[in-house]
Design a protein around this ligand. Structure first.
Ligand SMILES: [Cu+2]
Length: 514
């Protein structure tokens, strides 16, 4: 929150005065923040001792926050200690609370041997601080420091993460532990919940395999475009006929929520009738994740931090890499439950967290939900779409199986992005509205991300919608999607698939302003 100079007591007094919405904030702020990365339900020991946020050093220089990038050992379970590059020696990195429109200074130290980039995902900031080499953001030099100053916006759930290319290195880029949540508080926060719980989803210890088992068929409607399917399937067939193996995919040994494998961390402790606002961040480098809580419903109130036109209850959440969901769960099924991934194997290897009602004991219970398909349109409006765009940019995404040293290569309109390039392929004019018509000629689901801007979803797999504002959208295999955005933040703007393997091997492009 950039609350430089405020003591913890002053902060609690201040937030206590601002009513229901701040209640969650105060509980969260007082307990969970500095407690070694546990971002759970305020159940961590109250070790904060005046330190609102790990790395927050009042009175010490001009920075509101200090982040330190370094290799560290993190305990993800009993006798399971992994090595990862982290922020402030913890995973996830400290929750950073900002106030919308109030300038902050963050001092970023890099104690590693390689230059780093720290990306403020979902924020409308300048290229100088956005954290992407392709946009010209200066790196945080190896064994160096870079203080940055910016004005956080827009309000809502954002996050910060590295933007380095990883390539074949499964310990760098987003495969590392460089992920932390950001919450930007609006001047008026709606208070429909009793408290907040932040959940960061992340896998560790990746390895390559040829081919994989990513979920493909969870999006609604399932309509595929025959022409895209024919093109994709024949390209794949031709490659395999030449004796090529399938391109590399990444699998993981360990799965965590807030850096702890299921059963190895503190449970989320709840009370009956409490309304808990979960802020979920998919910090995975490559995996699409699902979450269910048996017997409970998620009322989705925001996607990627932006309030949706039609908050709606769903039994399952789905998030591609880089996506965030804010959802309220009314606690009305007393018991001890597993909030976990639908994939049995991933959940059994850690992708879950126990939700424990006060006074309830016993083995946590998991029951799979009834079949359910995810669609963003469910939360959208049927009203007329936003202002018609001035221009449409057409994009087709193609996969070149195992084309680069065993890795799949990816192309946007037949262009494989040259690593390190700063040449823009698309040109925008400030103030104009653009439609992106995205056609996915591959069988993979792609979480497509636009930097420094938000877009409105207008059509997904043939179904129109409006009012849902996001910065990542999953485009289904052999499906089409359309989004509309206003060119309102001049400067080089990166656009890429948020799946690390895809972005590292060509699935990226740049917009500039002319
Ligand atoms: Cu992709």
């Amino acid at each position: 929150m950039g609350r430089g100079g405020l003591s913890r007591r002053e902060f609690l007094e201040k937030t206590a005065k601002t009513g229901a919405a701040a209640a969650g904030t105060a509980i969260f702020g007082s307990k969970a923040m500095a407690a070694g990365g546990f971002l759970g339900a305020g159940t961590a020991p109250d070790t904060a001792a005046g330190d609102m946020v790990a790395g927050h050093s009042p009175g010490e220089g001009a920075a509101d926050y200090t982040l330190r990038i370094a290799a560290s050992a993190i305990e993800i379970g009993r006798k399971r200690i992994v090595s990862a590059i982290t922020y402030n020696g913890q995973f996830p990195g400290p929750l950073l609370r900002f106030q919308e429109g109030r300038e902050v200074t963050v001092e970023i130290h890099n104690d590693t041997d390689a230059p780093e980039q720290l990306h403020w995902h979902g924020q409308k900031v300048s290229t100088d601080v956005d954290g992407a080499a392709e946009e010209g953001t200066p790196p945080i030099p190896a064994h160096g420091v870079r203080p940055i100053t910016f004005t956080p916006r827009p309000a809502g759930l954002r996050f910060y993460h590295t933007h380095n290319r990883a390539g074949a290195d499964l310990h760098s880029g987003q495969y590392s532990g460089q992920v932390g949540a950001v919450y930007i508080e609006a001047k008026e926060e709606p208070g429909q919940h009793d408290r907040e719980v932040f959940l960061v989803l992340k896998e560790f210890e990746g390895s390559f395999s040829q081919g994989g088992d990513m979920p493909q068929d969870f999006l609604s409607p399932p309509t595929k475009v025959r022409e895209l399917e024919a093109a994709g399937e024949s390209a794949m067939k031709a490659s395999l006929a030449k004796g090529m193996p399938h391109g590399y995919e990444v699998g993981y040994q360990y799965f965590t929520i807030n850096g702890r494998m299921l059963g190895h961390g503190e449970p989320v402790r709840v009370k009956e009738r409490e309304r808990v606002l979960f802020h979920v961040v998919n910090g995975s480098a490559t995996e699409i994740r699902s979450l269910a809580l048996p017997g409970h419903t998620f009322r989705v109130v925001a996607l990627d931090g932006n309030a949706v036109p039609k908050p709606t209850g769903v039994p399952v959440l789905w998030l591609g890499p880089g996506e965030r969901i804010s959802a309220i769960v009314e606690m009305k099924q007393p018991g001890v439950w597993i909030l976990g991934d639908l994939a049995d194997d991933d959940r059994q290897h850690g992708m879950g967290i126990v939700v424990e009602y006060a006074g309830r004991k016993g083995k946590p219970v998991w029951t799979p939900p009834k079949p359910f398909r995810w669609s963003y349109q469910r939360f959208g409006s049927q009203d007329a779409a936003a202002r018609e765009p001035d221009e449409t940019i057409e994009m087709t995404y193609t996969k070149r199986n195992a084309a680069e040293q065993g890795f799949n290569q990816w192309a946007i309109n037949e262009q494989v992005f040259p690593s390190g390039s700063m040449a823009a392929a698309y040109h925008l004019r400030e103030g104009r509205r653009y439609r992106l018509r995205m056609r996915n000629a591959s069988d993979d689901v792609h979480p497509i991300h636009l930097h420094r801007h938000s877009f409105e979803l207008t059509k997904l797999a043939g179904q129109a919608t409006s009012g849902v504002m996001k910065d990542v959208v999953m485009v289904g295999g052999y499906q089409e999607a359309e989004v509309v955005f206003t060119a309102d933040n001049p400067g080089l703007t990166l656009f890429h698939c948020h799946q690390q393997l895809h972005m590292d091997f060509g699935f990226m492009t740049l917009f500039d302003y002319t």
